[in-house]
Design a binder for this molecule. Structure first.
Ligand code: 5GP
Length: 142
């Protein structure tokens, strides 16, 4: 895979407003914010989707994500936030380099509609669900 814009940001070839970095993780403000403080948390490892990510990068992100969320909320005064992680074009991913969006929410601000989430749950079939859970569990192994 060629370098994505996020690899260029991580390497300093494109400027960004960095909020955090360590040997595996880089985080910076999103240039098209859905709300104040919209932050992207990116592994240095240049893979497109999270299923391709190494355990080491995944662990490194998991370790710092709560800390970055706390700082974003404290700095902006956000009461709540979404973490959004898109994988593939059908899932609205535009940059093919794994990234987590931290999107602060401000219920008292009119512009808080930057992230619209449509959530339409379907009916649950317990027979099919049991079979599917078994297949997934077998594939995860461990
Ligand atoms: P996706 O749709 O792939 O989940 O989100 C990609 C995000 O990257 C978008 O929210 C977009 O605003 C952000 N983005 C794209 N190019 C740049 C850039 O050059 N700098 C920064 N800071 N963010 C970018």
């Amino acid at each position: 895979m060629g370098d994505t814009i996020f690899t260029k940001i991580i390497n300093g070839e494109i400027p960004s407003h960095k909020v955090y970095e360590d040997e595996r993780v880089f985080a910076f403000l999103d240039i098209g914010p859905l709300s104040e403080g919209h932050t992207l948390v990116v592994p240095r490892e240049p893979v497109a989707t999270i299923d391709m990510l190494s355990d080491e990068s995944a662990a490194a992100i998991g370790r710092v994500l709560p800390r970055i969320c706390r700082a974003v909320c404290e700095a902006t005064g956000a009461s709540d936030f979404n973490i959004l992680q898109n994988n593939g074009a059908a899932a609205h991913q535009e940059v093919p380099h794994v990234h987590f969006h931290i999107i602060p929410r401000f219920p008292d601000r009119p512009e808080d509609g930057g992230l619209g989430v449509v959530w339409k749950p379907g009916a649950f079939d317990h027979g099919a669900g049991a079979a599917l859970a078994g297949r997934i569990a077998a594939l995860i192994g461990g």
